[in-house]
Design a binder for this molecule. Sequence first.
Ligand code: ASP
Length: 587
Amino acid sequence: MYRTHTCGELRAHHDSQSVILAGWVHRRRDHGPLIFVDLRDRYGLTQVVFDAANDASVHAIASEARSEFVLQVTGNVRKRPAEAINPELGTGEIELVATAVSVLNPAKQTPLMINRDGNEEEPLRLKYRYLDLRRERMQRNLILRHRFVKFIRDFLDKENFIEIETPILTKSTPEGARDYLVPSRVHDGEFFALPQSPQQMKQLLMVAGYDRYFQIARCFRDEDLRADRQPEFTQLDMEMAFVEMEDVLDVVERLFTAMVPAVIPHKRTISPFMRLTYAEALERFGSDKPDLRYGLELIKLNDIVANSAFTVLSSAVASGGQVKGICVPSIANYSRKQIDEITDIARQNGAKGLMWAAVPADGGELRSSFAKQVSTDEMQAILAAMNAQPGDMVLIVADTTKVVTAVLDKLRREFANRLNLADPNLMAFAWVIDFPLLEWDAEDNRWNAAHHPFTAPLDSDVALMDTDPGNVRAKAYDLVLNGYEVASGSVRIHRREVQQKLFDLLGISRETSLAQFGHMLEAFEFGAPPHAGIAPGIDRIAMILADEATIREVVAFPKTQQAQDLMMGAPSPVDEKQLRDLHIKLR
Ligand code: ASP
């Protein structure tokens, strides 16, 4: 038996028992005849005392041990004297007096210090990930992720969902990204694709009659990883038959509302989840994934400034654009330099400039970049519309709707950050609904599916598909959380003729649609029930639960931003024989 207890287990009531522990040397304090070793495993730390007066040979082995040696220690549990109790440590009431020790394996000096959260460059952490994963923070994150996923499985099981695995070697699914391809050895010149998501399989499972499906599913997308993404990531993939949008939102809302207190009790959600249409989200927050933990809402000033003598304002309105602003508390005393800095942020996001007006906290005179260009009444009307109080500064952008929205979204996030407005323990889940069905692709001069091509249009908008495709809204919904999109889903098309019509709109020829999606079109002719689904991102939600800034911190073995595995050294060249078997000749 390697151990009788874990390193996190022993308490005062174990006093005088003889036990065996095994673990890593976390810290070692050498006081000559007395050596203290904190022995660590994933359950905790136990202080072990090696006393030369008890046994010189045992003490001699301990004096050779170094950080991260793997030891097996036999000893007697001893209650610590009151003044030596460590309340920070689970095992802080006791120590283990060693009577025997063996070195199960020595360790070279590790390139990372395990007993502290160093500030190494990430590549070093990723190269030695197995050492990085020994650290408390990473163990906490992976255990949290486990409990999160376990909660999901238990919850959905009770709700009659069945977990079904779908293939990794499959056929390309159009989720908008590039596929990872796998050459077939058996079929010369043919390829599998790794699934961008199990979208088609889960819909086919609905046709097959499994009316509540889920899977903790790995998805693969060969995207440029500029944002915080991974080439492979994990979704809670779900699909339900004989449901409307409301049924899907209901299950997911109940799932996450119950998950938060169970998995991370110091965080809270807001019930019910707020609901915004896509149009409303952009209008009020400048984003389709707004962070709702704070206000700083965008205020539209078009009506007030439409006839302004200051043409920067009036011409933006006249040309179909917008004049909008946010009112930021407690920055009225910003210096010119600080204002220049935020003006630069606005410029970097496409604005020609930023107008501002500061209401001094002490009742002094208004400072503003544009007070001379507008009448006093107009300025008062603007400040009133924005509810500017003493100490506040209003920031205003006049431009196309697109620019105004992008700039104010950026500034809103920037000031939430600077002023610490977002409560880290609030999980502000919200639904965004009524997304557009299609997006115009100006480069290729054609429509793209905004979500994916299996998404149903709103019943009220079906007629628009022929006349005004850009304004067709979809039965598509996103779940947003603290400024991130954490799930997307939709009610699906389940009738062949509607699916065909959408393929036509997307410019997918009859031939191509048959070759690529013939199985879907055919399945819809064998009794396909109405169905809908969603896919919350496990990595992203785990990241937010763990208060981490990147998803790499909640993935055991992540890739770098350059899509490499630095530990395994992947991707890597393969030998000529392997290539020949796969009928591949490198260009
Ligand atoms: N397959 C979709 C996605 O990965 C989710 C869904 O529509 O259920 O975003």
